[in-house]
Design a protein around this ligand. Structure first.
Ligand SMILES: Nc1ncnc2c1ncn2[C@@H]1O[C@H](COP(=O)(O)OP(=O)(O)O)[C@@H](O)[C@H]1O
Ligand SMILES: [Mg+2]
Length: 229
């Protein structure tokens, strides 16, 4: 079953020109892909349509078998719980420890504290953050903070992870490290969609790349076609 499908999606903001125009693509379970393009190409808009921050002007966005146009009211929060989101500026709770930040999505889902603690420990160890569990976000490096943001986004094992310019505030070495972390997530069954204007970084990851240009999907590059990049 397809995780995500854009079917001829266009988006026009009030008074603006088309932010997305006739965009179609599908994402399979466990697939990782990037969406790239210049500033203003429509990358953030594409992600906002998935997270129901915006609605398409025409066309359909399907998550699983469900047309998101039919998701309204309380269904929006339920929909969002199935998607992990990583932000450019991590948005961690500054007065809570790393472990508390990462465990929060599980607590909100009603998972018992003992179970939350266990799952948080396993994930933090896997991300190389085991020794930082009791630290506050401000005590971490920028790369560590972003890793905590990723941990929080994946702890509840969402079907899809979306990230908008997740390396925007990191230097090239840390950016590569964070991208490698994203690339490892599909092994756990989570599909990953990362928006980045950094085409050189994206090409080096050797994954599928969607290229947006002024709202149009102008290329959908398979990993094997990036081999000589
Ligand atoms: N809330 C908004 N209202 C009006 N226009 C917007 C809004 N958000 C984005 N846009 C416009 O839509 C286009 C695509 O923007 P965006 O999706 O942010 O692109 P990207 O993330 O690739 O830089 C741009 O022309 C931008 O100015
Ligand atoms: Mg953007």
């Amino acid at each position: 079953m397809t995780v995500l499908r854009f079917d001829n999606v266009s988006k026009q903001y009030p008074g603006g020109q088309a932010a997305l125009a006739g965009v179609s693509f599908a994402v399979e379970p466990g697939e990782m892909l990037f969406v790239t393009g210049h500033s203003g190409a429509g990358k953030s808009t594409l992600l906002r349509l998935i997270h129901l921050v915006e609605r398409p002007s025409s066309g359909a966005v399907l998550f699983g078998e469900r047309n998101l146009a039919r998701v309204r009211g309380g269904g929006i929060a339920r929909h969002r719980r199935q998607i992990g989101v990583v932000y450019q500026d991590h948005q961690l709770l500054e007065d809570h420890s790393v472990a508390e930040n990462v465990g929060l999505p599980l607590l909100l889902r009603g998972v018992r504290r003992a179970e939350v603690g266990k799952r948080v420990r396993v994930l933090l160890d896997r991300l190389g953050l085991g020794a930082r569990a009791q630290a506050l976000p401000a005590q971490l490096s920028a790369g560590e903070q972003q890793r905590v943001g990723i941990a929080r986004a994946v702890i509840a094992e969402p079907a899809l992870l979306i990230a908008d310019e997740p390396t925007g505030n990191l230097d090239p070495t840390l950016s590569a490290e964070i991208m490698a972390l994203f690339a490892a997530l599909p092994e756990r069954g989570t599909s990953v969609l990362v928006a980045s204007h950094d085409l050189a970084l994206v090409r080096r990851m050797r994954r599928r790349v969607l290229v947006l240009d002024q709202g149009r999907l102008v290329d959908d590059i398979a990993p094997e076609d990036l081999a000589d990049a």
